[in-house]
Design a protein around this ligand. Sequence first.
Ligand SMILES: [Zn+2]
Length: 267
Amino acid sequence: MGTSLTLFKVFNIEVRVHWSFVLILIYGAFAYAGSDSNVLFGSLYGVLVVLLVFVCVTLHEFGHALHQLLSNSTYPSVSGTSVPRDFVELPSQLMEHWVTEPEMLSIYAKHYKTGEPMPKELIDKIKNSSFFNQGFSNVEIYAASLLDMAYHTLEAPVKIDVQTFEKEYFTRLGLIPEIVSRYRSTYFTHITGGYDSGYYSYTWAAVLDNDAFEAFKEKGIFDKGTADSYRKNILQENGIMDPMQMYVNFRGHEPGIEPYLRNLGFL
Ligand SMILES: [Zn+2]
């Protein structure tokens, strides 16, 4: 198509984007830089980060697409992305891990004049900057996840003031006053609307995807054998066994929390 541009090509799959995405990219760079034009024009680091976020989102959605396309189930209601909520983000979030791998960057992030791949020091800088504030932001998320659970584990109808309930719950939990829940009860839409006690699933999916990527790291991020096993055990076999069993069939064991903690910079 004349109006699209090639973003990258991997496994003989060419990912093309509509030209309007370039405008979104430029807009995003300005949004990232905000009023501090030095951030954008001083180093163009903002543009680089926005580019990586863009690739990340593209691969994330591509992961959902692969899950849907490669599903081999009889019943649509249990195939593709129609799997338990705390499993559905595994195929998508897993894909995000490739974005900053040097082997992957050498495919799509080259210097526009020399064709040189991105230098290791720059990659390290980007990875290190991703550790910033993770403790704070994850405690926010865990607090919201637990609050969601607290509402959904009430055993009988009660008449409560949600702000008092929330305050008492967090005090019991020991949440320090410097950190608040990512969402307060009055605008925490994930409490209902289909998620219903499922806000934790983002964190659980992160435990799964970080552990699953270790399998690729062990044998090589483009290892065909690992990719085939992942396709067979995770993407195809939906609806016929417990997702944890599917995971064990792929990985050989249940997920450990260490890869998740390590990638957040906590270990
Ligand atoms: Zn997703």
